[in-house]
Ligand binder design. Structure first.
Ligand SMILES: Nc1nc2c(c(=O)[nH]1)N[C@H]1C(S)=C(S)[C@@H](COP(=O)(O)OP(=O)(O)OC[C@H]3O[C@@H](n4cnc5c(=O)[nH]c(N)nc54)[C@H](O)[C@@H]3O)O[C@H]1N2
Ligand SMILES: Nc1nc2c(c(=O)[nH]1)N[C@H]1C(S)=C(S)[C@@H](COP(=O)(O)OP(=O)(O)OC[C@H]3O[C@@H](n4cnc5c(=O)[nH]c(N)nc54)[C@H](O)[C@@H]3O)O[C@H]1N2
Ligand code: SF4
Ligand SMILES: [Mo]
Length: 729
């Protein structure tokens, strides 16, 4: 990366407090010994777990203590530079609020009063309950919620136990609709890391996706690189995001009107014949039917829906067409906004199809991965009852388990009862919409176990809390990355856990033995397991321990031009018109529907990311907390003037269901439309044990009491809540 784009990266990533200032923190701040003497320094390669991007890192230990974490220069994801959160990862180890030992609930659920127990006592308790549930209700009556690679071994244990009910919030609360929309169109999904060739794009279109605040490392670096090479940027967002400040066209769309904008863009590109005609002719299915609908969706029509002037829509559409196929209409990631999200994502997929960007340089590449065989376990027991989350295939295009479907079944007992939840590394109170429903489901359980590193909100409701060693203190499953440049990477312990914390693989294995499922763990310890898997790829644990990652040979990343292609869709082509959708009773070409408005005087609640925090998991991290101790609520300047509020004042937000937030600081700004407010997700903690974050800032999740379910795949659109503003004295 040249110096200009590097500087831009820091600017984008920083918002004034990003990579630059964290990198400048003194080693002592980062948890090292005060002794300035040049002691022994050890460098241990591993991969990051502050988010799901899994950048490869090098942890430096000085005099036996963690000193700093840097990017692994060999890493195709980080290219040697971590994002601010990864740099602050040491704070997960030094976090004074960490869980220290297993806990069993002493009083009523949610009281957060515990008895410290040994691991053996905790396992005996859990195994007893799990066996009882199995006898009374069958193994399917236990669900595992698990987010991230650390859940791999627990998934194995619970599959061996006999349940198919395994879910993460990353589907129905995140990227599910996006992947469904692209699957319906191209027969392939977007994946993670996203298969976006940002670095080669000449025109980048961002619908909400707030790159630069959303800090997925590779994407932000490539975004800066593309900007450095003169790519144009088009941003549609009700809020003037960091990415918007780089845009040639910034379109402050009315929240929830993006489908109208997308249809109008396609109208311009189709009626002005600016699309990739060769691509459409060779690979398209149902283009004439699609066109018949699209010609109705003029920019003048869209203006009334989006508030974006027709000329701006035309100009930005022509800009996209000018750079095709190196125009990337970014698919976004957190797509669960309004409940029409699969159709919005399908519209994004269709626009890319018109531009011919799928499989082309500057658009979407074809990822590949190395062949690292799995461990040859014996087969899992087969469940006769199937999954509980999507009875009768109510959501016909759900291709993963719907977390909120499990919650619904737990409350209703239908299609069969769910009596146990085992929760690994997901704070369901902050991640699922409508906390009251989550609590209602919890009350219906005979067992709730939570594995966490800090006493999170969900841990507060548990019967048993199990303290995990942090990612810098443990081995994990191998990361066999599906990416432009494939590689296999190792996470390994850098330091010892400070108390009685244990790694997930050990927890999963011990639990399996307690459940009489020891035959599913023929390996004795994790090193043996990892070495076995790596040997299958002609590698060894020794090599990975030394290097951290080994790269494979990438497969061709782009389309073979002119060659006959069979797309993995029912028609074998790119589906401009979807017979699958038509047969299931849905619009074969996306249509726009107006969103419901809120009560008079209220504002739509929008939310997003800050560069230095991940979800609800980093607010007690001493390094990241120092970088951003609280969130604020963005209000349009006209609203501020009307309500007599100034930046720095504190307010509470009251939602349409009378839920009142904790106090939150106001940011009065021109950078947001007057019909909405915005805050960063993850603050406003209510768990007593999170001493440094308790009651600091406000929680979007608490105010998200309503959601619109996507009828195609069960995603929960969460941008459908409205708040009024009350001054806090
Ligand atoms: N620093 C950091 N980075 C992260 C994460 C993190 O926790 N911290 N989490 C990661 C994960 S898992 C995900 S899924 C991604 C999420 O990142 P994105 O996929 O970028 O998330 P979104 O919720 O789509 O983006 C929020 C943006 O959408 C805008 N927006 C809200 N409503 C609308 C609308 O109706 N129309 C339009 N056009 N825009 C709208 C908001 O103003 C805001 O700018 O971030 C990833 N990166
Ligand atoms: N209101 C609202 N809801 C959302 C979102 C939003 O922006 N707003 N975003 C949605 C999106 S995009 C996503 S992907 C999901 C994310 O949902 P989650 O993945 O559930 O996100 P977190 O809230 O960070 O919860 C992670 C939990 O894991 C714990 N943890 C951290 N490290 C470890 C570890 O090493 N081991 C163990 N055992 N536990 C650990 C943390 O302490 C925390 O309690 O949320 C979704 N829900
Ligand atoms: S993007 Fe940042 S937090 Fe996520 S894995 Fe990479 S360095 Fe870690
Ligand atoms: Mo996400």
């Amino acid at each position: 990366m040249n110096t200009i784009s590097r500087r831009r990266f820091l600017k984008i990533s920083g918002l004034g407090l990003g990579a630059a200032s964290l990198a400048g923190l003194s080693p002592r701040r980062l948890g090292a010994t005060a002794a300035a003497s040049a002691g022994t320094v050890r460098a241990v390669p591993t991969y990051c777990d502050i988010c799901f991007w899994k950048c490869n890192a090098i942890a430096h230990v000085r005099d036996g203590r963690l000193w700093k974490i840097t990017g692994n220069p060999e890493d195709p994801l980080s290219r040697g530079r971590l994002c601010p959160r990864g740099t602050g990862g040491i704070g997960t180890v030094t976090d004074p609020d960490r869980l220290q030992s297993p806990l069993i609930r002493r009083k009523a659920r949610g009281g957060e009063e515990w008895v410290e127990v040994t691991w053996d006592e905790a396992f005996d308790y859990i195994a007893g309950k799990l066996q009882k549930i199995k006898v009374e209700h069958g193994p399917e009556a236990v669900a595992l919620f698990s987010h991230g690679i650390g859940g791999a071994f627990l998934k194995h244990t619970f599959k061996a136990y006999g349940t198919p009910n395994i879910a993460a919030p990353s589907f129905a609360q995140c990227r599910g609709p996006r992947d469904a929309g692209f699957l319906l169109t191209f027969g392939e999904d977007i994946g993670s890391p996203e298969r976006t060739d940002i670095r080669n794009a000449r025109c980048i279109v961002l619908i909400g996706s707030h790159l630069g605040e959303n800090m997925h490392n590779t994407q932000v670096q490539e975004f800066a690189e593309a900007l450095g090479k003169g790519a144009t940027v088009i941003v549609a967002d009700p809020r003037f995001s960091v990415a918007a400040s780089k845009a040639k066209y910034y379109l402050p769309v009315k929240p929830g009107s993006d489908i109208a904008l997308l249809l109008a863009w396609m109208n311009v590109i189709v009626t002005e014949e600016l699309y990739d005609q060769a691509f459409v002719e060779q690979h398209g299915f149902g283009f004439e039917n699609f066109k018949a609908e699209i010609v109705e969706r003029t920019p003048e029509w869209a203006y009334l829906e989006t508030g974006i002037p027709p000329e701006k829509i035309r100009e930005s559409a022509r800009e996209m067409a000018r750079h095709r196929p190196a125009t990337l209409v970014h698919p976004g990631r957190h797509a669960t906004w309004y409940g029409d999200d699969t159709q919005r994502s399908r519209a994004i997929a269709l626009l890319n199809a018109l531009l011919g960007s799928w499989g082309r340089k500057g658009g979407f590449y074809y990822p590949s991965s190395m062949d690292v065989p799995g461990y040859p376990y014996q087969p899992y027991p087969k469940s006769g009852r199937g999954k509980v989350d999507n009875p009768g295939k109510k959501y016909p295009f759900a291709h993963e388990t719907i977390s909120t479907g499990i919650r619904e079944a737990t409350i209703s007992g239908q299609p069969y009862p769910v009596k146990g939840w085992f929760v690994y590394a997901t704070n369901l109170i902050h991640a699922l919409p409508n906390e009251a429903e989550t609590l209602k489901a919890i009350q219906a359980l005979d067992l709730l176990v939570v594995v966490d590193v800090i006493p999170s909100e969900i841990a507060g409701w548990a019967d048993v809390v199990l303290p995990e060693a942090t990612y810098l203190e443990r081995y994990d499953e191998l990361n066999v990355e599906y990416f432009r440049d494939p590689f296999v990477a190792l996470r390994q312990p850098v330091v010892e856990p400070p108390g009685d914390q244990k790694p997930n693989w050990w927890i999963a294995r011990e639990l399996a033995f307690k459940l009489g499922l020891g035959e599913y763990y023929p390996w004795q310890d994790i090193e043996e397991y990892l070495d076995y898997r790596l040997a299958g790829a002609g590698l060894s644990l020794g090599t990975l321990k030394e290097k951290g990652l080994v790269k494979g040979t990438p497969a061709p990343a782009f389309f073979d031009e002119g060659v006959e292609a069979l797309w993995p869709t029912p028609s074998g082509k790119v589906e401009f018109y979807s017979l699958q959708l038509e047969r299931a009773g849905f619009d074969p070409v996306p249509r726009h529907q107006r969103q419901k408005e809120g009560p008079p005087g209220s504002f739509r609640l929008l939310y997003g990311r800050a560069p230095v925090h991940s979800f609800s998991r980093t607010q007690t991290n001493p390094i990241l907390r120092d970088a951003m101790p609280e969130n604020d609520v963005w209000l349009n300047a006209s609203v501020g003037a009307r309500l007599g509020l100034r930046s720095g004042d504190y307010v509470r937000l009251r939602n349409q269901d009378d839920v009142l937030s904790s106090p939150i600081k106001v940011r009065v700004t021109e950078a947001i439309r007057p019909d909405c407010v915005y805050m960063v997700h993850g603050f406003g903690h209510t768990a007593k044990g999170l001493r440094s974050a308790f009651g600091v800032g406000a929680s979007d999740a608490q105010l998200i009491t309503r959601y619109e379910t996507d009828p195609l795949m069960g995603g929960t659109g969460m941008n459908v809540n409205f708040v009024s503003i009350e001054r806090e004295n």
